[in-house]
Design a protein around this ligand. Structure first.
Ligand SMILES: *Cc1c(COP(=O)(O)O)cnc(C)c1O
Length: 363
């Protein structure tokens, strides 16, 4: 028998969450963001649920080829654009749209030989200071691009640093509006947090870029959870107990004896560890479901195992089903965001970190 751990991808939940993005931004077209192997879900599996999107946005050229290999003929956008001049050949061959965020990328386009002009997204650095032209350089970048025979339409784009939090987007919206005033072309600004939290005029614009919300994680957890946003988990990580241990007061569990029982108790040992992508920093008290009942982890996460408190589930035994996150038995559910928070991280990181050794299948 194979080791009992597996990840399930809930295709119907992807369909549902994409519909939530459409409902939240009814006047915009929706990019399904499938970078990082569809946030760990696997591009091929995510495609089954997200093919109703208007386009797929990603940043790895090999992933763009995989989307085309699935038969997708619609828009594909490279969110970081070309990394070197010859990437533009693949853009021409596969009809990829690409971000232009620096002047070198304009130089490469100017030297590129293509029959078909490219659709580009010109990125403004409106305050996040990762990629993009500063406001004072934006207009001249647009003018230069617009003069190139290699360039077809230019979409105006920026990215928010604080759409999920207290600072918000007003300062970046002001920078975007100022820098793009009276420039023609479509616009794309909103990530998931802006789709859900910022519906004011102009924010959703022509194209929204829905990533994390499609994968059933709340971009602004714990301020809001997926129930609040009407989203459903798209990934379940589940395994089984492979042993139980009866502890006497004073007995400890796992490496570093990080947990010590202060009363008699039973712990279950789960076939899941950090080599499966479970976060090692999740300390005692991280939520977990055993047979659908909520309990907690105890002690340190090791490479292949974690221990869980079975006080709430006295019938649990070797073979009992354990839900690390996602959908459990009998309608029980453990949002990935709760596990992430207990580990001091975010749902994004947990789903992207699902380890290659975990078998994944569509559910
Ligand atoms: C990853 C990414 C997104 C999606 O962000 P979410 O928070 O997952 O919705 C949108 N735009 C750009 C440029 C990105 O890199």
């Amino acid at each position: 028998m194979p080791r009992p751990i597996e990840a399930l991808i809930h295709v119907d939940a992807l369909v549902h969450n994409l519909a939530r993005a459409r409902a939240a931004a009814p006047d915009a077209r929706v990019w399904a963001v499938v970078k990082a192997n569809a946030y760990g879900h696997g591009i091929e599996r995510a495609y089954e649920g997200l093919r109703g999107a208007d386009g797929f946005a990603l940043l790895d050229l090999a992933e763009a080829e995989r989307v085309r290999a699935l038969g997708w003929r619609g828009p594909v956008l490279l969110l970081e654009g070309a990394f070197e001049p010859r990437d533009l050949e693949l853009c021409s061959r596969l009809g990829l749209w690409h971000v232009v965020h620096c002047s070198e990328q304009i130089d490469w386009l100017a030297a590129h030989k293509t029959q078909v002009p490219h659709r580009v997204f010109l990125k403004l650095n409106s305050g996040m200071n990762r990629l993009g032209f500063r406001p004072e350089a934006y207009r001249s970048a647009w003018t230069r691009l617009n003069a190139l025979p290699q360039v077809d339409e230019i979409t105006l784009m920026t990215h928010f640093s604080d759409a999920d939090g207290g600072r918000g987007i007003a300062h970046q919206m002001a920078a975007f509006e100022e820098a793009t005033r009276d420039l023609p072309g479509e616009r794309s600004l909103a990530n998931s947090a802006a789709v859900l939290r910022h519906g004011a005029r102009g924010v959703h614009a022509d194209w929204v870029r829905a990533g994390i919300m499609a994968y059933g994680s709340a971009p602004d957890f714990p301020a809001h959870d997926i129930v609040h946003w009407g989203l459903r988990p798209t990934m379940t990580l589940r395994s089984r107990l492979i042993a139980t241990q009866r502890l006497a007061p004073g007995d400890s569990v796992g490496y570093g004896s990080a947990f010590t029982a202060d009363a008699p108790m039973t712990v279950g040992i789960v076939a899941c560890g950090y080599a499966d992508g479970y976060p090692r920093h999740a300390g005692t008290g991280t939520p977990v479901l055993v047979g659908g009942a909520r309990t907690r982890t105890v002690g340190r996460v090791s490479m292949d195992m974690i221990a869980v408190d079975l006080a709430a589930t006295p019938d649990a035994h070797a073979g009992s089903e354990v839900t690390l996150w996602g959908e459990g038995p009998n309608g029980a559910r453990l949002p990935i965001d709760e596990v992430a928070r207990a580990a001091g991280t975010i749902g994004y990181e947990l789903m992207c970190a699902l380890a290659p050794r975990v078998p994944v299948r569509a559910a």
